[in-house]
Design a protein around this ligand. Sequence first.
Ligand SMILES: Cc1ncc(C[n+]2csc(CCOP(=O)(O)OP(=O)(O)O)c2C)c(N)n1
Ligand SMILES: CC(=O)[C@@H](O)[C@H](O)COP(=O)(O)O
Ligand SMILES: [Mg+2]
Length: 630
Amino acid sequence: MRSPTPQLDRVSAPSDMKALTDAELRILADELREEVIETVATTGGHLGSSLGVVELTVALHAVFDTPRDKVIWDVGHQCYPHKILTGRRHKMHTLRQEGGLSGFTKRSESEFDPFGAAHSSTSISAALGFTVARDMGEATGDAIAVIGDGSISAGMAYEAMNNAGAMGRRMFVILNDNEMSIAPPVGAMSRYMSGLTEFANGTLAALPGPLRDHARRARQLVTGAVEEQSTLFENLGFQYIGPIDGHDMGQLLGVLRAARTRATGPVLIHCCTVKGKGYAPAEAASDSYHGVGKFDPVTGIQAKSKPNAPSYTEIFGKALTEEARRDPKIVAITAAMPGGTGLDIFAKTHPNRMFDVGIAEQHGVTFAAGVAAGGLKPFVAIYSSFLQRGYDQIVHDVALQNLPVRFAIDRAGLVGADGATHAGAFDIGYLVALPNMVVMAASDEAELVHMVATAAAYDDGPIAFRYPRGEGEGVTLPERGVPLEIGKGVIVRQGFDVAILSFGAHLGESQRAADLIEAQGLTVTVADARFAKPLDKALINQLARKHRVLITVEQGSRGGFGSMVLDHLANEGWLDKTLAVRTVNLPDRFIDQAAPDAMYADAGMTAGDIAATALQAAQLQRVKVTDFKD
Ligand SMILES: Cc1ncc(C[n+]2csc(CCOP(=O)(O)OP(=O)(O)O)c2C)c(N)n1
Ligand SMILES: CC(=O)[C@@H](O)[C@H](O)COP(=O)(O)O
Ligand SMILES: [Mg+2]
């Protein structure tokens, strides 16, 4: 039974909070925390981060004038308390589900979400943008970026502070320091912030009153900074306040009120919080319940559905571990996602050969380029959507120099509850455009093992292989990966009328489509292209020659594999003949969250859609097969 929530019931918008006393705001925070736990227990989601900012959320909305003032949550995975306080409480049961609330901030969802997010480290840049708009007369108030200690490891945050500090305009950055990223945070900045916190928690707190006045100077001793400017943030031009206890409503309200009243330039408030705060199972868990499935709120035990097969991620982690046993030059690189990419598996066996660079995809790619130039064999494992961050680095540092960096691209295709921001939609298109790049996609987990071996064996330049989120097809795995012939696909089913050329993990769906087409009396060839670059031109020519209809299928956007095939067919003159060609890929729009199958249905990519496309093309195909067969 849910506990009563008298204060929360009074708040349907942040303006209602203005009538609450500080004591009532404290109670509101307690009720809000319970509400977040109860809600996420039924939906799953990013629980730990949201629990860590409950007091901060209440304090921000109590002190600032939202939505005129803009609270910009970095990543946005901690925004559940914010959603509850900003008129979306009644929809929280739809969180991260089809047709429901997004798990992140989203401009189209609420005027209280001034800036959409889900990829990290954008908030300070966006806040500075709002600040300039305000100063140039737009009807917008103060901008407040809330950024975590993990997210502030990315270069973009420093580019923004560099710019904001020099501009000197009034804006606020709240550094939400819970000493956690998804995994324990890495890097010198993280160490630096821990230094600030430890000093504040220990030495500073222990000082008698008068001596605290000298804390600023004392902190200089800890941070190594000189003169007046003591912290890095101050050196960048921010007024630095903190560290403060982000669960102490008294401190939070006091500091925010003072900052709001007095600030004339950029202010950074260093706020220490606990990820998973106030929920024992989360506080005790090694991942602080960063992302959870549905769970029992009393015990915290998550309802894990039993997988039918190991995940692609796990297979990748194990396959790379095995390759690295045989090849001491192999090293692995992750950008703050050791668990998500399966490199935690690799690190158990090869701890000194795994490098977590923090949330720093751009750096990770160029670091890999340097590692490759230095003579090692780097595998950079990054989710497709996050790799977008490192695109110029792929072009300029890797492809242009033809360095043998291996890109393991996880979360290719549609990913489910994280929605459009995390969809691995574009990597095929942006990689096939690059000279020197080899691009593969695994149609099942056995193929993935072979692709890991292929990448390990390939030294001629950059090579990428993509694979989806979640469990594999359940196929038998080879004992050992065998390098594939570069640029060669394989026919997996032979027919004569329709050819389906699939690139990647929609091969199963293509086979099901073939069954549906054959039920209509046509025979179908299904081929696994394996490579989008180099294309298997001989295979494509063969399919074009021997079939009336050719359909390409891929879990990616337009401009990818299908476009490569079309390009080839057009230039070889096949389109001047009588072949009907269709491309099945993601449509030219973003697809909102739902179960992956439902998202592919939304995209028009089910077996039924593929079959319908083929049958319609065959119907329109008026010329007999013999007219253009050799
Ligand atoms: C560009 C990018 N890389 C990686 C991620 C995956 N990711 C989401 S949250 C997160 C950790 C963020 O840590 P922090 O900012 O400290 O927030 P916390 O989870 O501790 O609340 C990571 C790595 C992402 N969202 N965006
Ligand atoms: C917020 C964020 O970017 C990550 O937490 C992401 O949701 C993880 O996704 P996976 O569950 O696919 O690892
Ligand atoms: Mg953190």
